[in-house]
Design a protein around this ligand. Structure first.
Ligand code: SF4
Length: 498
Protein backbone atom coordinates (compact mmCIF):
# COMPACT_ATOMS: atom_id res chain seq x y z
CA UNK A 1 0.00 0.00 0.00
CA UNK A 2 1.45 3.41 -0.90
CA UNK A 3 2.04 5.68 2.11
CA UNK A 4 -0.92 7.91 2.84
CA UNK A 5 -0.26 11.59 3.25
CA UNK A 6 -2.43 12.98 6.01
CA UNK A 7 -5.28 15.29 5.19
CA UNK A 8 -6.89 17.42 7.82
CA UNK A 9 -10.56 17.64 8.73
CA UNK A 10 -9.92 21.15 10.02
CA UNK A 11 -8.87 24.33 8.22
CA UNK A 12 -6.14 26.02 10.19
CA UNK A 13 -5.81 29.76 9.88
CA UNK A 14 -2.67 31.08 8.25
CA UNK A 15 -0.71 33.54 10.30
CA UNK A 16 2.18 34.26 7.91
CA UNK A 17 2.21 37.79 6.73
CA UNK A 18 3.83 38.48 3.38
CA UNK A 19 5.26 35.79 1.10
CA UNK A 20 3.90 32.39 0.29
CA UNK A 21 3.44 30.10 3.29
CA UNK A 22 5.57 26.97 3.40
CA UNK A 23 3.61 23.91 2.36
CA UNK A 24 4.16 20.95 4.67
CA UNK A 25 3.00 17.38 4.02
CA UNK A 26 2.83 14.75 6.78
CA UNK A 27 2.92 10.98 6.48
CA UNK A 28 2.09 9.10 9.65
CA UNK A 29 3.06 5.44 9.94
CA UNK A 30 2.24 2.99 12.71
CA UNK A 31 -0.33 3.22 15.46
CA UNK A 32 -2.88 5.85 16.55
CA UNK A 33 -0.42 7.01 19.24
CA UNK A 34 1.94 8.05 16.46
CA UNK A 35 -0.97 9.63 14.60
CA UNK A 36 -1.66 11.91 17.59
CA UNK A 37 2.02 12.96 17.54
CA UNK A 38 1.62 13.79 13.83
CA UNK A 39 -1.51 15.80 14.61
CA UNK A 40 0.36 17.76 17.28
CA UNK A 41 3.22 18.49 14.85
CA UNK A 42 0.65 19.52 12.21
CA UNK A 43 -0.88 21.90 14.75
CA UNK A 44 2.50 23.36 15.60
CA UNK A 45 3.55 24.01 11.99
CA UNK A 46 0.12 25.39 11.05
CA UNK A 47 0.24 27.79 13.98
CA UNK A 48 3.66 28.90 12.82
CA UNK A 49 2.08 29.90 9.50
CA UNK A 50 2.68 26.86 7.31
CA UNK A 51 0.03 25.47 5.00
CA UNK A 52 -0.69 21.74 5.21
CA UNK A 53 -0.89 19.76 2.01
CA UNK A 54 -1.95 16.20 1.32
CA UNK A 55 0.09 16.10 -1.92
CA UNK A 56 3.79 15.32 -1.42
CA UNK A 57 4.53 16.65 -4.90
CA UNK A 58 3.29 20.09 -3.75
CA UNK A 59 5.09 20.13 -0.42
CA UNK A 60 8.10 22.31 0.36
CA UNK A 61 8.70 20.18 3.44
CA UNK A 62 7.79 16.51 3.80
CA UNK A 63 7.64 14.96 7.27
CA UNK A 64 7.62 11.18 7.67
CA UNK A 65 6.54 10.21 11.19
CA UNK A 66 7.97 6.71 11.51
CA UNK A 67 7.22 3.53 13.44
CA UNK A 68 9.93 1.24 14.79
CA UNK A 69 7.90 -1.32 16.72
CA UNK A 70 8.91 -4.40 14.74
CA UNK A 71 11.21 -5.09 11.82
CA UNK A 72 8.49 -4.89 9.16
CA UNK A 73 7.45 -1.49 10.52
CA UNK A 74 11.07 -0.30 10.38
CA UNK A 75 11.31 -1.49 6.80
CA UNK A 76 8.09 0.29 5.85
CA UNK A 77 9.44 3.45 7.47
CA UNK A 78 12.71 3.27 5.53
CA UNK A 79 10.87 2.57 2.25
CA UNK A 80 8.60 5.56 2.82
CA UNK A 81 11.54 7.84 3.63
CA UNK A 82 13.29 6.74 0.42
CA UNK A 83 10.12 7.23 -1.62
CA UNK A 84 9.65 10.72 -0.21
CA UNK A 85 13.33 11.51 -0.80
CA UNK A 86 12.47 11.20 -4.49
CA UNK A 87 10.38 14.37 -4.20
CA UNK A 88 13.51 16.33 -3.41
CA UNK A 89 14.97 15.46 -6.79
CA UNK A 90 11.85 15.17 -8.93
CA UNK A 91 9.44 17.48 -7.08
CA UNK A 92 9.62 20.78 -5.33
CA UNK A 93 10.40 19.53 -1.83
CA UNK A 94 13.30 21.39 -0.23
CA UNK A 95 13.37 19.54 3.05
CA UNK A 96 12.78 16.01 4.21
CA UNK A 97 12.23 15.54 7.93
CA UNK A 98 12.10 12.16 9.66
CA UNK A 99 10.28 12.00 13.00
CA UNK A 100 9.10 9.34 15.44
CA UNK A 101 10.26 6.04 16.87
CA UNK A 102 12.80 5.23 14.14
CA UNK A 103 14.66 8.40 15.12
CA UNK A 104 14.86 7.35 18.76
CA UNK A 105 16.30 4.02 17.63
CA UNK A 106 18.52 4.91 14.66
CA UNK A 107 19.15 8.65 14.99
CA UNK A 108 22.69 8.78 13.57
CA UNK A 109 22.25 6.01 11.06
CA UNK A 110 19.30 7.71 9.35
CA UNK A 111 21.34 10.84 8.71
CA UNK A 112 24.39 8.88 7.62
CA UNK A 113 22.66 6.40 5.33
CA UNK A 114 19.99 8.66 3.85
CA UNK A 115 21.71 11.98 3.01
CA UNK A 116 18.44 13.40 1.62
CA UNK A 117 17.17 13.63 5.21
CA UNK A 118 17.62 17.21 6.41
CA UNK A 119 16.53 16.86 10.02
CA UNK A 120 15.32 14.33 12.55
CA UNK A 121 12.78 14.82 15.35
CA UNK A 122 12.47 12.21 18.11
CA UNK A 123 9.29 11.27 19.96
CA UNK A 124 10.31 13.47 22.90
CA UNK A 125 11.04 16.62 20.94
CA UNK A 126 7.93 17.26 18.85
CA UNK A 127 8.33 21.03 19.13
CA UNK A 128 11.60 20.79 17.24
CA UNK A 129 9.50 20.17 14.13
CA UNK A 130 9.39 23.97 13.79
CA UNK A 131 13.15 24.33 13.48
CA UNK A 132 13.37 21.17 11.38
CA UNK A 133 10.82 22.54 8.92
CA UNK A 134 12.57 25.93 8.85
CA UNK A 135 9.69 27.66 10.59
CA UNK A 136 11.24 28.84 13.84
CA UNK A 137 14.35 28.68 15.94
CA UNK A 138 15.04 25.43 17.71
CA UNK A 139 13.78 25.79 21.27
CA UNK A 140 15.84 22.82 22.33
CA UNK A 141 14.94 19.53 23.83
CA UNK A 142 13.30 19.32 27.24
CA UNK A 143 12.70 23.02 27.54
CA UNK A 144 9.34 23.72 29.18
CA UNK A 145 7.10 25.98 27.13
CA UNK A 146 3.67 27.36 27.76
CA UNK A 147 2.04 25.29 25.06
CA UNK A 148 3.69 21.96 25.53
CA UNK A 149 4.82 21.51 29.06
CA UNK A 150 7.74 19.17 29.59
CA UNK A 151 6.61 18.70 33.14
CA UNK A 152 8.70 16.82 35.62
CA UNK A 153 6.13 14.28 36.65
CA UNK A 154 5.96 12.26 39.82
CA UNK A 155 7.13 8.75 39.06
CA UNK A 156 5.49 5.42 39.74
CA UNK A 157 7.34 3.06 42.13
CA UNK A 158 7.01 0.39 39.44
CA UNK A 159 8.82 2.67 36.98
CA UNK A 160 11.55 3.54 39.50
CA UNK A 161 12.21 -0.15 40.07
CA UNK A 162 12.34 -0.83 36.33
CA UNK A 163 14.69 2.09 35.79
CA UNK A 164 17.04 0.68 38.45
CA UNK A 165 16.94 -2.66 36.62
CA UNK A 166 18.05 -0.94 33.39
CA UNK A 167 14.69 -1.30 31.60
CA UNK A 168 15.03 2.03 29.84
CA UNK A 169 18.71 1.80 28.96
CA UNK A 170 19.60 2.72 25.39
CA UNK A 171 23.32 2.51 25.86
CA UNK A 172 23.79 -0.19 23.24
CA UNK A 173 21.87 1.86 20.66
CA UNK A 174 24.30 3.66 18.44
CA UNK A 175 23.52 7.37 18.32
CA UNK A 176 20.55 7.31 20.71
CA UNK A 177 20.53 10.39 22.91
CA UNK A 178 20.79 9.64 26.61
CA UNK A 179 17.72 11.52 27.79
CA UNK A 180 14.56 9.48 27.56
CA UNK A 181 11.64 11.19 25.85
CA UNK A 182 9.47 12.96 28.43
CA UNK A 183 7.23 15.03 26.20
CA UNK A 184 3.49 15.03 26.76
CA UNK A 185 1.11 17.26 24.89
CA UNK A 186 -1.59 19.19 26.68
CA UNK A 187 -5.00 20.70 25.97
CA UNK A 188 -3.30 23.99 25.08
CA UNK A 189 -1.02 22.39 22.50
CA UNK A 190 -2.23 23.12 18.97
CA UNK A 191 -3.39 19.93 17.31
CA UNK A 192 -5.00 19.41 13.92
CA UNK A 193 -7.09 16.29 13.49
CA UNK A 194 -6.26 14.01 10.60
CA UNK A 195 -9.18 11.72 11.39
CA UNK A 196 -12.70 12.23 9.99
CA UNK A 197 -14.43 15.19 11.63
CA UNK A 198 -16.66 13.06 13.84
CA UNK A 199 -13.96 11.04 15.63
CA UNK A 200 -10.71 11.70 17.46
CA UNK A 201 -8.11 9.92 19.50
CA UNK A 202 -6.98 11.40 22.79
CA UNK A 203 -3.65 10.30 24.16
CA UNK A 204 -4.11 10.18 27.93
CA UNK A 205 -0.67 8.80 28.77
CA UNK A 206 2.66 8.17 27.12
CA UNK A 207 5.52 5.72 27.70
CA UNK A 208 5.43 2.44 29.54
CA UNK A 209 6.95 0.98 32.72
CA UNK A 210 6.18 -2.67 32.04
CA UNK A 211 8.98 -5.20 31.57
CA UNK A 212 7.64 -7.21 28.57
CA UNK A 213 10.74 -8.85 27.17
CA UNK A 214 9.75 -8.62 23.49
CA UNK A 215 9.12 -4.89 23.55
CA UNK A 216 11.36 -1.83 23.09
CA UNK A 217 8.60 0.76 23.41
CA UNK A 218 9.74 1.84 26.90
CA UNK A 219 13.19 2.65 25.46
CA UNK A 220 11.60 4.42 22.47
CA UNK A 221 8.91 6.37 24.29
CA UNK A 222 10.22 6.70 27.84
CA UNK A 223 8.72 6.10 31.24
CA UNK A 224 4.99 5.99 31.81
CA UNK A 225 3.45 9.41 32.40
CA UNK A 226 -0.18 10.50 32.45
CA UNK A 227 -1.71 13.71 31.26
CA UNK A 228 -3.47 15.83 33.85
CA UNK A 229 -7.09 14.82 34.38
CA UNK A 230 -8.38 18.36 33.72
CA UNK A 231 -6.31 18.61 30.55
CA UNK A 232 -7.87 15.48 29.07
CA UNK A 233 -11.37 16.62 30.01
CA UNK A 234 -10.76 20.09 28.55
CA UNK A 235 -9.51 18.59 25.30
CA UNK A 236 -12.50 16.24 25.07
CA UNK A 237 -14.91 19.15 25.66
CA UNK A 238 -13.24 21.22 22.97
CA UNK A 239 -13.30 18.35 20.50
CA UNK A 240 -16.99 17.71 21.21
CA UNK A 241 -17.75 21.40 20.63
CA UNK A 242 -15.95 21.11 17.30
CA UNK A 243 -18.20 18.25 16.14
CA UNK A 244 -16.38 15.14 17.39
CA UNK A 245 -18.89 12.51 18.50
CA UNK A 246 -16.61 9.56 19.20
CA UNK A 247 -13.50 9.63 21.33
CA UNK A 248 -10.97 6.83 21.68
CA UNK A 249 -8.57 7.09 24.61
CA UNK A 250 -5.11 5.72 23.92
CA UNK A 251 -1.72 5.28 25.60
CA UNK A 252 0.73 2.36 25.77
CA UNK A 253 -1.26 1.25 28.80
CA UNK A 254 -4.44 3.19 29.48
CA UNK A 255 -5.29 1.21 32.63
CA UNK A 256 -2.35 2.73 34.58
CA UNK A 257 -3.78 6.18 33.95
CA UNK A 258 -3.22 8.63 36.83
CA UNK A 259 -1.33 6.22 39.11
CA UNK A 260 1.61 8.56 39.52
CA UNK A 261 -0.77 11.28 40.73
CA UNK A 262 -2.06 8.87 43.36
CA UNK A 263 -5.34 8.43 41.48
CA UNK A 264 -6.96 5.11 42.22
CA UNK A 265 -9.05 3.84 39.33
CA UNK A 266 -7.99 6.90 37.35
CA UNK A 267 -9.26 5.52 34.04
CA UNK A 268 -12.68 4.74 35.51
CA UNK A 269 -12.89 8.26 36.98
CA UNK A 270 -11.85 9.80 33.69
CA UNK A 271 -14.36 7.77 31.68
CA UNK A 272 -17.13 8.70 34.11
CA UNK A 273 -16.28 12.38 33.73
CA UNK A 274 -16.08 12.22 29.93
CA UNK A 275 -19.47 10.48 29.83
CA UNK A 276 -20.96 13.72 31.16
CA UNK A 277 -19.96 15.65 28.04
CA UNK A 278 -23.24 16.11 26.31
CA UNK A 279 -22.17 16.18 22.68
CA UNK A 280 -20.12 13.00 22.87
CA UNK A 281 -21.93 9.87 21.82
CA UNK A 282 -19.30 7.11 22.04
CA UNK A 283 -16.27 6.89 24.32
CA UNK A 284 -13.90 3.95 24.33
CA UNK A 285 -10.35 3.16 25.37
CA UNK A 286 -7.76 0.82 23.88
CA UNK A 287 -4.71 -1.06 25.21
CA UNK A 288 -5.83 -2.27 28.65
CA UNK A 289 -3.23 -4.22 30.63
CA UNK A 290 -4.83 -7.52 31.77
CA UNK A 291 -4.09 -7.37 35.50
CA UNK A 292 -5.08 -3.70 35.77
CA UNK A 293 -8.75 -4.20 34.94
CA UNK A 294 -10.60 -3.41 38.13
CA UNK A 295 -14.20 -3.99 39.20
CA UNK A 296 -14.67 -0.23 39.33
CA UNK A 297 -13.57 0.09 35.70
CA UNK A 298 -16.02 -2.60 34.59
CA UNK A 299 -18.82 -1.04 36.63
CA UNK A 300 -18.14 2.33 35.03
CA UNK A 301 -18.32 0.85 31.53
CA UNK A 302 -21.59 -0.91 32.38
CA UNK A 303 -23.08 2.20 34.02
CA UNK A 304 -22.74 4.70 31.20
CA UNK A 305 -24.46 4.27 27.90
CA UNK A 306 -21.91 6.50 26.17
CA UNK A 307 -19.00 4.29 27.18
CA UNK A 308 -18.89 1.55 24.57
CA UNK A 309 -19.15 -1.98 25.96
CA UNK A 310 -15.89 -2.68 24.23
CA UNK A 311 -12.55 -3.73 25.66
CA UNK A 312 -9.21 -4.16 24.00
CA UNK A 313 -6.94 -6.27 26.20
CA UNK A 314 -3.75 -7.43 24.48
CA UNK A 315 -2.95 -10.72 26.25
CA UNK A 316 0.09 -11.62 24.09
CA UNK A 317 -0.06 -15.34 25.00
CA UNK A 318 -1.98 -17.79 27.18
CA UNK A 319 0.63 -20.36 28.16
CA UNK A 320 1.91 -19.59 31.67
CA UNK A 321 5.48 -20.58 30.77
CA UNK A 322 5.59 -18.33 27.69
CA UNK A 323 3.98 -15.47 29.61
CA UNK A 324 6.65 -15.90 32.26
CA UNK A 325 9.40 -15.66 29.66
CA UNK A 326 7.63 -12.61 28.27
CA UNK A 327 7.68 -11.17 31.82
CA UNK A 328 3.96 -10.53 31.75
CA UNK A 329 2.54 -13.18 34.07
CA UNK A 330 -0.91 -14.72 33.93
CA UNK A 331 -2.13 -17.98 32.46
CA UNK A 332 -5.04 -19.35 30.46
CA UNK A 333 -6.99 -20.06 33.66
CA UNK A 334 -6.38 -16.63 35.13
CA UNK A 335 -7.37 -14.97 31.86
CA UNK A 336 -10.51 -17.11 31.46
CA UNK A 337 -11.65 -16.13 34.95
CA UNK A 338 -10.99 -12.50 34.24
CA UNK A 339 -12.85 -12.68 30.89
CA UNK A 340 -15.83 -14.33 32.60
CA UNK A 341 -15.89 -11.46 35.10
CA UNK A 342 -15.72 -8.86 32.33
CA UNK A 343 -18.62 -10.53 30.49
CA UNK A 344 -20.62 -10.88 33.68
CA UNK A 345 -20.20 -7.23 34.65
CA UNK A 346 -20.48 -5.68 31.19
CA UNK A 347 -23.44 -7.16 29.32
CA UNK A 348 -22.96 -7.55 25.57
CA UNK A 349 -19.24 -6.88 25.88
CA UNK A 350 -17.18 -6.83 22.70
CA UNK A 351 -13.73 -8.20 23.51
CA UNK A 352 -10.61 -7.69 21.40
CA UNK A 353 -7.17 -9.10 22.08
CA UNK A 354 -3.87 -9.71 20.34
CA UNK A 355 -1.22 -12.39 20.62
CA UNK A 356 2.40 -12.83 19.69
CA UNK A 357 3.06 -16.16 18.03
CA UNK A 358 6.47 -17.84 17.86
CA UNK A 359 8.09 -16.26 20.92
CA UNK A 360 11.58 -17.77 21.44
CA UNK A 361 11.33 -21.33 22.71
CA UNK A 362 7.55 -21.58 22.12
CA UNK A 363 6.98 -25.34 21.98
CA UNK A 364 4.21 -27.10 20.07
CA UNK A 365 2.58 -27.79 23.41
CA UNK A 366 2.69 -24.13 24.48
CA UNK A 367 1.31 -23.09 21.12
CA UNK A 368 -1.50 -25.65 21.48
CA UNK A 369 -2.31 -24.17 24.89
CA UNK A 370 -2.76 -20.84 23.17
CA UNK A 371 -5.01 -22.39 20.50
CA UNK A 372 -7.15 -24.13 23.14
CA UNK A 373 -7.45 -20.90 25.05
CA UNK A 374 -8.60 -19.02 21.94
CA UNK A 375 -11.23 -21.72 21.26
CA UNK A 376 -12.50 -21.36 24.79
CA UNK A 377 -12.33 -17.59 25.22
CA UNK A 378 -14.32 -16.85 22.03
CA UNK A 379 -13.01 -13.36 21.36
CA UNK A 380 -14.95 -11.03 19.12
CA UNK A 381 -11.79 -9.63 17.53
CA UNK A 382 -8.29 -11.06 17.59
CA UNK A 383 -4.98 -10.03 16.07
CA UNK A 384 -2.02 -12.42 15.85
CA UNK A 385 1.47 -11.03 15.30
CA UNK A 386 4.52 -13.00 14.29
CA UNK A 387 7.30 -12.62 16.88
CA UNK A 388 9.89 -10.19 15.61
CA UNK A 389 13.39 -10.14 17.09
CA UNK A 390 14.28 -6.66 18.34
CA UNK A 391 17.84 -5.78 19.25
CA UNK A 392 17.59 -4.04 22.61
CA UNK A 393 14.65 -6.15 23.80
CA UNK A 394 15.44 -8.71 26.51
CA UNK A 395 14.02 -11.54 24.36
CA UNK A 396 16.70 -10.85 21.75
CA UNK A 397 19.21 -12.72 23.92
CA UNK A 398 16.94 -15.76 24.41
CA UNK A 399 17.87 -18.99 22.69
CA UNK A 400 15.65 -21.42 20.75
CA UNK A 401 14.40 -18.99 18.13
CA UNK A 402 11.81 -20.40 15.76
CA UNK A 403 12.15 -20.17 12.00
CA UNK A 404 10.13 -17.49 10.22
CA UNK A 405 8.35 -20.21 8.31
CA UNK A 406 7.25 -21.99 11.47
CA UNK A 407 6.16 -18.73 13.09
CA UNK A 408 4.05 -17.90 10.05
CA UNK A 409 2.54 -21.40 10.01
CA UNK A 410 1.47 -20.97 13.63
CA UNK A 411 0.14 -17.46 13.05
CA UNK A 412 -2.01 -18.66 10.16
CA UNK A 413 -3.23 -21.64 12.17
CA UNK A 414 -4.31 -19.40 15.05
CA UNK A 415 -6.06 -16.98 12.71
CA UNK A 416 -7.83 -19.95 11.11
CA UNK A 417 -9.29 -20.88 14.50
CA UNK A 418 -10.37 -17.32 15.10
CA UNK A 419 -11.92 -17.03 11.63
CA UNK A 420 -14.34 -19.82 12.46
CA UNK A 421 -15.18 -18.26 15.83
CA UNK A 422 -15.69 -14.88 14.23
CA UNK A 423 -17.88 -16.28 11.44
CA UNK A 424 -20.16 -17.93 14.00
CA UNK A 425 -20.31 -14.87 16.23
CA UNK A 426 -21.06 -12.54 13.35
CA UNK A 427 -23.79 -14.87 12.05
CA UNK A 428 -25.55 -14.69 15.40
CA UNK A 429 -25.95 -10.93 14.88
CA UNK A 430 -28.28 -11.29 11.87
CA UNK A 431 -31.60 -9.59 12.59
CA UNK A 432 -30.27 -7.58 15.53
CA UNK A 433 -30.39 -3.78 15.57
CA UNK A 434 -27.53 -1.46 16.49
CA UNK A 435 -26.62 2.22 16.34
CA UNK A 436 -24.31 2.84 13.44
CA UNK A 437 -21.92 5.72 12.90
CA UNK A 438 -21.86 6.28 9.17
CA UNK A 439 -18.38 6.91 7.82
CA UNK A 440 -19.19 7.51 4.16
CA UNK A 441 -18.83 5.77 0.84
CA UNK A 442 -17.23 2.34 1.04
CA UNK A 443 -13.69 1.88 -0.22
CA UNK A 444 -14.82 -1.49 -1.64
CA UNK A 445 -17.55 -0.12 -3.91
CA UNK A 446 -19.22 3.21 -4.55
CA UNK A 447 -22.56 1.42 -4.39
CA UNK A 448 -22.05 0.72 -0.71
CA UNK A 449 -21.80 2.90 2.35
CA UNK A 450 -19.62 2.01 5.31
CA UNK A 451 -19.96 2.56 9.01
CA UNK A 452 -19.21 1.19 12.47
CA UNK A 453 -21.21 0.10 15.47
CA UNK A 454 -20.03 0.37 19.09
CA UNK A 455 -18.57 -3.13 18.53
CA UNK A 456 -16.09 -1.69 16.03
CA UNK A 457 -13.19 0.48 17.13
CA UNK A 458 -11.90 2.85 14.44
CA UNK A 459 -9.51 1.37 11.89
CA UNK A 460 -8.83 -1.99 13.57
CA UNK A 461 -12.01 -4.05 13.55
CA UNK A 462 -14.13 -5.38 10.68
CA UNK A 463 -16.46 -3.22 8.64
CA UNK A 464 -20.20 -2.71 8.38
CA UNK A 465 -21.34 -2.26 4.79
CA UNK A 466 -24.66 -0.48 4.37
CA UNK A 467 -26.53 -1.52 1.23
CA UNK A 468 -30.02 -0.26 1.97
CA UNK A 469 -31.73 2.74 3.54
CA UNK A 470 -35.21 4.30 3.38
CA UNK A 471 -35.92 5.99 0.04
CA UNK A 472 -36.58 9.43 1.49
CA UNK A 473 -33.27 9.40 3.39
CA UNK A 474 -29.87 10.81 2.37
CA UNK A 475 -27.47 9.29 4.91
CA UNK A 476 -24.72 11.68 5.98
CA UNK A 477 -21.19 10.73 7.07
CA UNK A 478 -20.62 11.46 10.74
CA UNK A 479 -24.30 10.88 11.64
CA UNK A 480 -25.72 8.03 13.71
CA UNK A 481 -28.44 5.75 12.31
CA UNK A 482 -30.30 2.74 13.62
CA UNK A 483 -29.41 -0.26 11.51
CA UNK A 484 -30.30 -3.93 11.26
CA UNK A 485 -27.74 -6.60 10.40
CA UNK A 486 -28.86 -8.52 7.33
CA UNK A 487 -25.83 -10.55 6.24
CA UNK A 488 -22.47 -11.51 7.69
CA UNK A 489 -19.05 -12.65 6.50
CA UNK A 490 -16.04 -13.95 8.45
CA UNK A 491 -15.33 -10.52 9.91
CA UNK A 492 -17.55 -7.99 8.14
CA UNK A 493 -21.27 -7.26 8.43
CA UNK A 494 -23.91 -6.01 6.01
CA UNK A 495 -26.68 -3.80 7.37
CA UNK A 496 -29.66 -1.73 6.33
CA UNK A 497 -30.62 1.55 7.90
CA UNK A 498 -34.09 1.21 9.43
S1 SF4 B 1 2.79 -3.16 28.09
FE1 SF4 B 1 4.49 -4.41 27.37
S2 SF4 B 1 4.05 -4.65 25.16
FE2 SF4 B 1 2.84 -2.91 25.86
S3 SF4 B 1 4.14 -1.11 25.43
FE3 SF4 B 1 4.52 -1.75 27.58
S4 SF4 B 1 6.32 -3.07 27.46
FE4 SF4 B 1 5.48 -2.91 25.38
Amino acid sequence: MPPKVLTSSESPEKSLKGGRPQKVGFISLGCPKNLVDSEVMMGLVARAGAELTSRPEDADVIVVNTCSFIESAQQESVNTILEMAGHKTSGKAKKLVVAGCLVERFRDQIRKDIPEVDAVVGTGELENILAAAGLAADRGRNEATKDSPFVVLPSRPEGDARAAQGRFSRESWDGAIRDLPNYLYDDSTPRILATPRHMAYIKIAEGCDHPCTFCIIPQLRGRFRSRRFESVVAEAERLAQGGVREITLIGQDTTCYGEEFGLKDGLALLLGKLAQIEDLRWIRFLYAYPNKITGRLLETIAQHEKICSYMDVPLQHASASVLKRMKRGGSADVFLRSIAKMRRMVPDLTLRTSFIVGFPGETEKEFEELCDFVREAQFDWLGAFAYSDQEGAAAYALGRKLSLREIERRRKHLMGIQRQISRKKKKALVGREFDLLLEGESEESELLLEGRTAMHAPEIDGKVFVNDFPEEMTPQPGEFYRCQITETYDYDLVAKIV
